[in-house]
Design a protein around this ligand. Structure first.
Ligand code: SIN
Length: 507
């Protein structure tokens, strides 16, 4: 089978390697260079290194609890059941996870985990180590890699995927395929402040939307609680809090306990809102205080953070760092079953592009690299299986709903990428209201209809961002409750947990 994998993070490269090892002819298409995207920036690690008293069942329970009751338990079971095999595979492919003095794998702790089970490499350079190992593995195979090649659209003929069109050297080119695996990451560039690199513009999700694939849970955008403000913001791993750093307000008080009994190790959505709220109330930034950990320990355990914060003029062994939340991870995406299969035969989605149901309304820390490896491999394995005859499709919102009839404001503010990112940050961020969402929706629609047709990478990205922004806002409007990362100020107290939409069940 000819298989095209779009994207070259952990999910895409795992899928590509497994598809090649399964006897398929594989092409990897990637917008930047091989191994770009979010994976090499991941700091904290890979959940699933179980110590005494821990195991897949406890990991699954923590995942479901962090997900605010909206995870699909069967997807979570798949994640924790396959995790050990994928971690063993990463070790075999050369990822040097850090080890404790006795030689066992070192295990870190992160928020909302009941046990220390996070494997890490190079201290806080886990993603870079994984990316380097997977890129090297791909380069040892005949897998064809097309860099600087942007996905434009999916080719669907007679209801089945037949390939993709890409932008390469300024022109549109078609690549035919029997199967396409989308692994283009999320859409962090929707927001003015994000830990995601500039290429993270929702290209796969937008192409899937245009092709009519089912998409769900886009309203669940995770904001990482602790980033160092600046351009760009810089991630301060949750593992720093896992090692004992604390959050202090301008009075030096550990204020997160006001919001949750677990304080700094509460679920990410809780900590992010607590930080934003306290900073707004006091009019000064909240600080991450790691001074108790000691200069040597900080430099050894977090060498990347140590270097970057010092480059930016801070000595975090002596002074607390100012922190602010930033958009980090998209829990929703292209709806898949437990084998990465979407609602379009032949089309798979893995990693952050996919909505597998693993994350519910709020992803548990360090589950994303694991999800990429587990579901990348599962999708590749599914290539050999016949496509199931019937799937349950999540219904699309009615085109006649009142929000569809809303008119663009007069005058429309001028469009540019920064204006879009500010709008989403203000109205579709940590706190949302129905009025703000409706206003943002009208502006996005006005921009989308007024924007000239796309011609180069930047304008194609803008087209994708506008489409994903509209779908995100519609999803946020359609869920008038507060749950997990989706916080509606106008429904904060009423909030019954909504019934979970049906997950595709195709196995
Ligand atoms: C972090 O290191 O805090 C990020 C880990 C993650 O997003 O899972």
């Amino acid at each position: 089978m000819n298989v095209v994998v779009v994207g070259s993070g952990i999910a895409g490269l795992t899928a590509a390697l497994h598809a090649h090892e399964g006897g398929h002819t594989v092409t990897v298409v990637t917008k930047g260079g091989l191994g770009g995207g979010c994976t090499p920036l991941a700091q904290g690690g890979v959940a699933g290194g179980y110590g005494p008293g821990d195991g897949p069942a406890a990991h699954a329970a923590d995942t479901i609890s962090a997900g605010a009751g909206l995870c699909d338990p069967t997807a979570v079971d798949a994640l924790v059941a396959d995790g050990a095999a994928r971690i063993a595979e990463l070790l075999a492919r050369g990822v040097a996870f850090d080890r404790a003095p006795g030689g066992a794998l070192a295990r870190g702790r992160e928020a909302a985990h009941t046990h220390a089970r996070i494997l890490h490499a190079g201290g806080d350079a886990t993603g870079a180590a994984i990316s380097a190992a997977l890129c090297a593995a791909v380069q040892r195979t005949p897998i064809s890699v097309r860099e600087r090649t942007m996905l434009l659209d999916l080719t669907v003929e007679a209801g089945r995927i037949r390939g993709i069109t890409v932008l390469r050297d300024g022109g549109a080119v078609e690549i035919r395929a029997d199967a396409v695996i989308l692994a283009t990451g999320g859409a962090g560039q929707l927001y003015a402040h994000t830990t995601n690199p500039t290429e993270t513009t929702g290209d796969g999700i937008a192409a899937a939307l245009r092709a009519g694939a089912a998409i769900a849970d886009l309203e669940f955008v995770q904001f990482h609680p602790t980033t160092l403000p600046g351009l760009p913001v810089f991630l301060l791993s949750e593992a720093v809090r896992g090692e004992g750093a604390v959050l202090r307000d301008s009075d030096g008080r550990r204020f997160v306990f006001d919001s949750h009994p677990d304080g700094e190790l509460a679920p990410r959505d809780v900590v992010a809102r607590a930080i934003a709220g306290q900073a707004a109330r006091q009019g000064t930034p909240v600080h991450l205080d790691a001074t108790g950990l000691g200069a040597d320990a900080l430099a050894r355990r977090f060498p990347t953070i140590d270097r970057v914060t010092r480059d930016r003029g801070f000595d975090w062994s002596r002074e607390p760092l100012p922190v602010t939340p930033a958009a980090h991870y998209l829990m929703g995406g292209v709806v898949t079953d437990r084998h990465g299969r979407t609602t379009i035969p032949g089309l798979y989605a893995v990693g952050e592009t996919a909505r597998t149901g693993v994350h519910g309304a709020n992803r548990l820390a360090s589950n994303s690299l694991l999800e990429g490896a587990v579901f990348g491999a599962r999708a590749a394995a599914a290539l050999a299986q016949p496509w199931p005859a019937a799937v349950d499709v999540i219904p699309s919102p009615s085109p006649k709903s009142p929000e569809e009839e809303s008119a663009a404001p007069e005058p429309l503010p001028p469009f540019d990428r920064a204006a879009l990112q500010r709008l989403l940050w203000d109205e579709v961020g940590l706190h949302r209201t129905g009025t703000g969402l409706q206003s943002a929706l009208r502006i996005i629609r006005g921009w989308a209809s007024a924007t000239p047709s796309a011609s180069d990478v930047r304008t194609h990205e803008d087209r994708n961002l506008l489409l994903v922004a509209e779908a995100t806002i519609r999803a946020a409007v359609a869920r008038p409750v507060s749950v997990g990362a989706h916080h509606r100020d106008d429904f904060a107290l009423a909030a019954p947990t909504p019934a979970r939409p049906p997950i595709l069940e195709t196995a």
